[in-house]
Each structure stands twice: as C-alpha cells, then as structure tokens.
Design a binder for this molecule. Structure first.
Ligand SMILES: Cc1cc2nc3c(=O)[nH]c(=O)nc-3n(C[C@H](O)[C@H](O)[C@H](O)COP(=O)(O)OP(=O)(O)OC[C@H]3O[C@@H](n4cnc5c(N)ncnc54)[C@H](O)[C@@H]3O)c2cc1C
Length: 415
C-alpha cells in the first residue's frame, strides 16, 4: 500500500470556496483567520446577534485545523502536578472545567446544527509504557483524584502492552473539517461574511479599528486575531511562544482489536492516538497516532515518521499498514497556557494552544463573547495575554522543554 502524504481530515471532507474581499466593509467584529478558532468565534458571536466578517489568507480550515488529530480532551499538554505547582489547585481545576465547557459547546453545536461529523463522547486512556512512566501516572492520578476529576485506575484490557492505565471519562473526538463543513451553512444563515485568499496586513486605530487587507479595509468595533501565530506580533506575547512540529501516521487496524477512544502515554515528548471504529478501509478500524515532537527550527522529517512507526510496532507488536502520514505545527507558550483575550491595543487574540486547540478554540469563542458583551467570564484572567509569568512557571516549563529536546529530537538523531 502506498502511503498518502496528506491528512485524513483534508482528504475526506471538502469545503466550499469563498471569494476574495473586493470592497470596504463595516461590521461589529472582524475576525482574522478562518481556522477552528476564528470560525467557532464567528458562530458564537453571530448567535449573540453580532455582525461578523471572517477574513482568511488562504483557504478555511486548511492550516493547523486541517492537520490535527481531533481529540476533545480535558487533559492538557502540561501535567496536572506541574499545573498545581505553577499556578494553583483552584486554577488547575478551572483549566479542567474550561475544557469540559468547550467539549459541551462543541457537542451542543453538533446537536443544534445536526452536523454529521463523527462526534462522539469517549474515554481518554492515559497509559504507561514502563515502570518510570507508571510511577508518574500514579502520582498524576492521585493529584487528579484530589481535585475530584472523573478519572479511574481500574484495570482495562486495551489490546496492547502497557504498565497501567488511567481512564478519563466523558471526553470526545470528532472529524473537525466535517464539523466545519456543517458549521458553514449556519454561519451563512446568520449573515456571517466569509472571505478567502485575503491577507490582513495591519490593524490600525482603536474602536473602531481599521483592518487592512490588500486594497480594501474593514471597519470594526472589535477585531479578533485568530491566525495561529499572531500575524502582527503583539509585543505582549512576542517572546512567550515556541513552535514545535508533531508527526502523524494513520494506520489500518483489525476491527475491534483496540477499544474506540483516545489514548496518550506518559513519555516526554508524549505519543497520542485515537481509534475510530469502522473508519478504515473495508470496515477496518482507523488508528491515528502522533508524536516525536521537536522544536520546529530543528530540521528533521522522514526520520521521525520512521521512529513513530517503530514506536507503534513496539506498542502493538505488529507493523500495521500506513495509509496516510502528515505533520503539523504546535505553538506552545512559556507557561503552558494559551493567550486568549484582550491585549493593550484593545484587540482580541487567541494563540499558543499547544496540542489542545480544538477545545481552546471553543474556550476562546466563549471568552470573546463575554468580553464583547461586557460580561464576566471565569477564565478571562487565567488565559489573559497580559498576564505575567512567575519564575517557577518559566523554570518548570523550561525544564520540561529541555527534557523534550533531549529525549525527542536529539535522541532521534542517533536512532
Ligand atoms: C499534528 C497536530 C495534532 C493536533 N492534535 C490536537 C488534538 O488532538 N486536540 C486538540 O485539541 N488540538 C490538537 N491540535 C491543535 C489544534 O489542531 C490547533 O490548535 C487548532 O486547529 C488551531 O486552530 P486555529 O484556528 O487557531 O489555527 P489555524 O487552523 O492555523 O487557522 C489560522 C488561520 O489564520 C490564517 N491566517 C494567518 N495569517 C493571516 C493573515 N495575515 N490574514 C488572514 N488570515 C491569516 C491561516 O491561513 C489559517 O487558516 C493539533 C495540532 C497539530 C498540528
């Protein structure tokens, strides 16, 4: 079987095209960037009765959103014990609840708009590969139990070798581009204007703002920059992010061999995979596995796919056919939390989602809705782009990134 070098989501869901911006416009909210963060924000704001314009440089959902793995998870990329140390127990609980709210929002939209996008509630299994990982898993479990998270360490038969597993209940997964395909008619019905192949080069003024895009301008009371890496490099977050690259393989596995759900291990950099029952060829199951992350500046590519395939072979005891492979970029912040909210100029911003941008996109939409309506939101301060970092946060996350480098990119060079 020849491996296709493209993502499952891009290849199995096509989206309609939209024209370039060809006139000046006035609107309540101008959203720059048509990935999941921009489009979910557009939906939530249009539901509130706002007039919304979305401006996309390329095509909708064709960048990070097209190269995801689509887990909907309350567990973020920073360990719970580290979050407690870097922030507090109360904030760690807030982070957990915010991602729960995000999954609920996506589920509600799927139901309200009757979107056929493979959405399902499922379990997220966190497994240990060896005794060191098991020790860490036990300590994570006890911290999560203390915070009353819905987790269990009961033995589960997963169909592959492991040294213990923690089950997180009521998580989710979906096909995000099918979700977006179902969201677009709802956006159009609510009057959201969508423009593609239109690059925004500047935002000037202050309420109203002027959004400059080629020969044209959009005048808006609010702007939302949802361009993944903020195109205008706001100084508040400029030096507080780092880009990583992650590698993905889609494998075809026997039907029913592994429980449907999402999975991750305790390694650093960690591995993650999802099992989608009946979504492979001829009714087989689809298993999408990712990992081998490293700083994007380090030039590595094919080798990391090979290392990932070896990891999968070792885990499952068998080399499964690789249907597709792709890679994507993950933007991390220096303290492990994203920057969502208002910054100095009065513009709104959503960036540095780590590997949790499906849920952070929904969290952003809810934060923006409340900021614009001048309502309180429980997560505004936690995720604010204007927050400052403590020494403990920088030191702890820095050590984590260092370990990821040594055990990931550097180790793979010698494999
Ligand atoms: C390999 C991989 C696996 C992942 N797995 C998961 C997962 O399982 N669960 C999870 O929660 N998250 C996951 N993520 C993260 C998640 O996919 C992303 O965080 C999320 O899709 C980001 O959406 P976005 O809208 O912020 O960015 P994007 O989808 O990148 O959208 C930003 C858009 O802005 C446009 N743009 C840029 N500059 C301009 C400009 N100047 N003018 C106009 N438009 C502009 C771009 O063209 C782009 O379309 C993963 C990411 C990767 C790469």
């Amino acid at each position: 079987m020849k491996t296709k070098e493209t993502s499952t989501w891009i290849e199995t869901a096509s989206l309609p095209t939209f024209s370039k911006l060809s006139k000046n416009l006035t609107t309540d909210v101008a959203i720059i960037g048509g990935g999941l963060a921009g489009l979910l924000s557009a939906y939530v704001l249009a539901k509130e009765g706002k007039k919304v314009v979305v401006i996309e440089k390329d095509r909708l959902a064709a960048k990070a959103t097209g190269y995801t793995t689509g887990f909907l998870s309350q567990l973020i990329d920073t360990d719970t014990s580290d979050l407690i140390e870097m922030f507090s127990e109360a904030d760690t609980r807030k982070i957990w609840v915010s991602h729960g709210d995000a999954i609920d929002l996506i589920e509600k939209i799927v139901k309200d708009e009757k979107i056929d996008c493979e959405f399902m509630r499922c379990k997220n299994y966190v497994y240990a590969n060896d005794s060191r990982e098991r020790k860490e898993l036990d300590s994570e479990f006890s911290e999560m139990k203390k915070l009353k998270f819905d987790v269990s360490m009961k033995a589960v038969e997963l169909g592959f070798k492991n040294r213990g597993v923690m089950t997180i209940n009521k998580q989710g997964k979906y096909h995000d581009r099918k979700f977006i395909a179902g969201l677009l008619p709802a956006l159009q019905r609510m009057g959201v204007e969508l423009y593609e192949q239109t690059e925004v080069t500047d935002i000037v003024g202050n309420s109203p703002f002027t959004v400059k895009a080629g020969k044209h301008e959009v005048t808006a009371d609010w702007t939302i920059t949802a361009t993944y890496q903020p195109f205008n490099n706001p100084s508040e977050v400029f030096l507080k992010k780092g880009m990583y690259k992650s590698y993905i393989l889609e494998l075809e596995v026997p039907k029913g061999k592994y429980p449907e759900g999402t999975y991750e291990d305790m390694d650093n950099p960690y591995h993650y995979f999802r099992v989608d029952a009946g979504k492979g060829a001829k009714g087989k199951d689809r298993l999408i596995i990712g990992g081998e992350d490293h700083r994007a500046e380090i030039p590595m590519n094919k080798k990391n796919f090979d290392v990932l395939e070896d990891y999968a072979e070792d885990l499952f005891g068998k080399r499964y056919p690789v249907v597709r492979n792709w890679s994507g970029f993950i933007l991390e912040s220096v303290d492990g939390l994203p920057f969502i909210g208002q910054y100095k100029l009065g513009n709104l911003l959503a960036t540095a989602f780590s590997g949790n941008g499906m849920t952070y996109s929904a969290i952003s939409a809810m934060i923006f809705r409340d900021i614009i309506a001048h309502k309180k939101n429980p997560y505004t301060a936690l995720y604010s782009p204007e927050r400052s970092q403590t020494f403990t946060q920088l030191w702890k996350k820095g050590r984590d990134f260092g370990e990821e480098f040594l055990k990931g990119a550097l180790a793979n060079v010698f494999k």
